[in-house]
Design a protein around this ligand. Structure first.
Ligand code: 0X9
Ligand code: ZN
Length: 322
């Protein structure tokens, strides 16, 4: 019902993890994968029904990489809640979610950019980047702080749609993974994918209502044929179709560069291009511009429910394709 502050959000994740383990012991774990520039924790919630099944594939889900996109962390938290209650609580469970937790482990980072998120609550609502100082920059202006974490990834870093100017909102940083937050995520995701177990990589943003696939760094660059060919667009389409069916909000699907704009150094491009994760998508949550980033909290449940149904449809589609 409301957009939580950083402390409340970590408390909510903690509560979820406890509930999860009451329903089924040793299923959820919180992992501190690193910290943000100002010291706030980066917490991944692992939902893992069996630690011994070596066949299980993994699903990575992150939210809140951009500070002002408040609906994103709220939605990722909502999705974790639904996976746990419908997958583990026998009073609520639905067979599809129960089966899902048998097939996949979920690694969820609801709040990627806690410093920026707090700043967008306390000082400036439309802040986007993290909050690091950009060493040696002569300007005292506060806009010259921060790195756009979604321009800081190592695949095709430094190309179009990213800026070398620290005062811009899409500042790419001094080099690939120069930001503490993205470096922590890189380290963790690479380690989790050392056996190529990540099947689906999802990043939730707002706003615009898109399901975006690689590549974003240049127009006319498409997912790797050997890994996915047309399959990824099929997954994007069925995800957007299901989200439309839920609340009649229409999502456009396509490659980022083709349907949105060229932007290099994004997480989705890195997951697919460098890590060779077969399915990598960025979801731009509602709305389509009426409220934009200022989406009222009354929308959280709606957006959460369509995001959950979209996720299930994407996983169902992947299951059928693989
Ligand atoms: O520009 C972005 O980082 C994303 N849009 S947003 O308005 N939430 O900032 C889109 C990223 C799409 N992916 C790539 N360009 N790789
Ligand atoms: Zn974003």
């Amino acid at each position: 019902n409301q957009y939580l502050r950083y402390d409340q959000l970590l408390e909510a994740v903690n509560t979820l993890a406890q509930q999860c383990n009451l329903l089924r012991s040793n299923t959820c774990r919180q992992q501190e994968i690193g910290s943000a520039y100002e010291g706030r924790k980066l917490i991944v919630l692992r939902i893992e029904k069996s630690q011994t099944d070596k066949q299980k594939r993994k699903v990575w889900i992150d939210g809140g990489i951009h500070a002002r996109e408040w609906i994103s962390p709220a939605t990722v938290l909502y999705m974790a809640d639904v996976l746990i209650s419908k997958g583990l609580n026998r009073r609520m469970w639905t067979p599809e979610v129960v089966a899902l937790l048998d097939y996949y482990d979920f690694l969820m980072l609801p709040l990627y950019n806690p410093d920026g998120y707090e700043y967008s609550h306390s000082h400036y609502r439309f802040w986007r980047k993290n909050r690091q100082t950009n060493g040696g920059h002569p300007s005292q202006s506060r806009v010259c702080r921060g790195v756009d974490l979604n321009r800081n990834y190592g695949y095709k870093w430094g190309g179009s749609g990213s800026s070398s100017d620290p005062c811009q909102d899409n500042y790419r940083g001094t080099g690939p993974f120069s930001a503490m937050e993205s470096a922590a995520v890189k380290r963790f995701v690479e380690q989790e994918n050392s056996d190529k177990k990540i099947l689906l990589f999802l990043s939730y943003h707002s706003y615009g209502q898109y399901v975006l696939m690689p590549f974003g760094f240049k127009r006319g660059a498409y997912p790797r044929p050997a890994l996915s060919a047309g399959k990824m667009s099929c997954v994007a389409f069925f995800g957007s179709r299901e989200m439309f069916a839920t609340n009649h909000r229409f999502y456009i699907h396509g490659t980022s560069a083709d349907v949105l704009y060229e932007a290099s150094g994004g997480s989705d491009d890195w997951a697919h291009g460098s890590l060779e994760v077969p399915y990598s998508l960025t979801v731009e949550l509602p709305d389509d511009g009426a409220y934009g980033f200022l989406l009222p909290p009354a929308y959280i449940r709606n957006v959460g429910s369509e995001a959950v149904r979209g996720l299930l449809a994407m996983l169902r589609t992947i299951h059928d394709l693989e």
